[in-house]
Design a protein around this ligand. Sequence first.
Ligand SMILES: Nc1nc2c(c(=O)[nH]1)N[C@@H](CN(C=O)c1ccc(C(=O)N[C@@H](CCC(=O)O)C(=O)O)cc1)CN2
Length: 287
Amino acid sequence: MTAQLIDGVALSRQLRAALRERVAALNGRGCRPGLAVILVGDDPASQVYVRNKVKACAEVGIHSVLQTHPASLTEQALLQHIDALNADPAIHGILVQLPLPPHIDAQRVIEAIAPDKDVDGFHVANAGALMVGQPGFRPCTPYGCMKMLEHIGCALRGKHAVVIGRSNIVGKPMAMLLLQAHATVTICHSATAELAHHTRQADVLVAAVGRPALVTADMVKPGAVVIDVGMNRDATGKLCGDVDFEGVRQVASWITPVPGGVGPMTITMLLTNTVEAAERRLTTPSF
Ligand SMILES: Nc1nc2c(c(=O)[nH]1)N[C@@H](CN(C=O)c1ccc(C(=O)N[C@@H](CCC(=O)O)C(=O)O)cc1)CN2
């Protein structure tokens, strides 16, 4: 078996076309969706991601404001910038690019963003809403993974999904979204014994650890759907995921590539959340 590719670039193109129409409808009602992107420091990867976010906003008609600050910015100054953006009616979404420099408490910064502008879905109010099945913003990467599963018609009810990774921004919310879709979910992490024993039972396997080629073909159940969230550099400096793509594609039924899989979908779901934030403001002005 050779797996079919889940193409995050092509799916993003489709979803962004639909977003352009939603933005046009908002414009017709006198609303221009606005996203503020805050970058602190000079991490080269973060600079690329932020630039791509700003470009993607322009592509669908979202107004974006990019704030770049030196790594020496104090936490207090960052909190003041967020306060100003929280109060700015032209801004519907705020994101602070992660990681932040070590002297800044990322969780404190995230909690300073108004939950109705937290288009990253990282605020504890949005994380809690996801936990109890209430409406809220879903973190962009797991939300994008769910869209990919939906796109290939993967019926999750009763399926066994295994998530490798327990981060607050990917692993945990991914597990909650799969659970909401009625999958049986196992979360594996760095202290999991016999990782391969668990992964071999997965109908849907999500790898979100940050270790090149952690998932090899012998760890995958034939016919499984494999979603690779990893974003690593291999020994030669080439971008790669957590999955040994060439090996695993011989066993899986569907697989996401890196690059061109989950990454572009993360940005597309950020656009989706921003448009939704603007729509919510129009329909629920006090939201
Ligand atoms: N505030 C946030 N910070 C971070 C998030 C996030 O969702 N919100 N996620 C990651 C980084 N990230 C988005 O910010 C991100 C990573 C990768 C891609 C992407 O499109 N990757 C491309 C390859 C890009 C390259 O050539 O380097 C791909 O996979 O095709 C998009 C977004 C951590 N921080």
